[in-house]
Ligand binder design. Structure first.
Ligand code: ADP
Length: 172
């Protein structure tokens, strides 16, 4: 259970896609759970208050748990803005939880502005946007930090692959 967290535009989806490909090429079956996708369906009735964000994470973690308990590697991509939200995921997933901070400075995420959301947040046409008008706490105890401002997406994916392999070897 790989939990990727970080600001919008930090690189969660990009790394998740690459990592899934790498796992599949190595013969592992994996599935992705993505915050944007879940909000279109299962979590369509949730907004961006801190309570709704917590519920978003709870449902995602419970879903990931069901999938992972069937022997599938699950790669979750959720902003997961507060330490309290990370605690919710960790409590549900226990030892399966491998927390990865996709670390990218806010100004670089703003320059990337992949989905145009930072511009909308600055124009005030989008409320409660993480990093601008809604809090993001740096995680204090991630299992791994990937610096997407200093390394390419492929390099970050390799770092993740090696860290996960080491964790599997440690648990064997
Ligand atoms: P998120 O899912 O965190 O919102 P995305 O993966 O959708 O972020 O967007 C990240 C953007 O940053 C993409 O356009 C990607 O090509 C770019 N990018 C540049 N360097 C990296 C890197 N090292 N890792 C991941 N993404 C990167």
């Amino acid at each position: 259970m790989i939990w990727l967290m970080g600001l919008s535009g930090a690189g969660k989806s990009t790394i998740s896609n690459l990592f899934e490909e790498q796992l599949n090429e190595s013969g592992f079956f994996s599935m992705k759970l993505d915050g944007d996708e879940m909000r279109k369906g299962l979590n369509y009735n949730l907004g961006f208050s801190m309570d709704d964000r917590a519920e978003n994470i709870r449902r995602a973690a419970e879903t990931a748990k069901i999938i992972a308990s069937n022997g599938v590697i699950v790669i979750c991509s959720f902003i997961t803005p507060l330490n309290g939200h990370r605690t919710i995921a960790k409590k549900i997933l226990g030892d399966m939880y491998f927390e990865v901070f996709i670390d990218c400075p806010l100004d670089i995420c703003e320059q990337r502005d992949v989905k145009g959301l930072y511009e909308q947040a600055h124009n005030n046409t989008l409320k409660n946007f993480t990093g601008i008008s809604s809090a993001f706490e740096r995680p204090t105890t991630p299992d791994l930090i990937l610096h997407t401002d200093n390394f390419t997406a492929e390099q970050c994916c390799d770092q993740l692959y090696n860290a996960v392999k080491n964790k599997i070897a440690d648990n064997a």
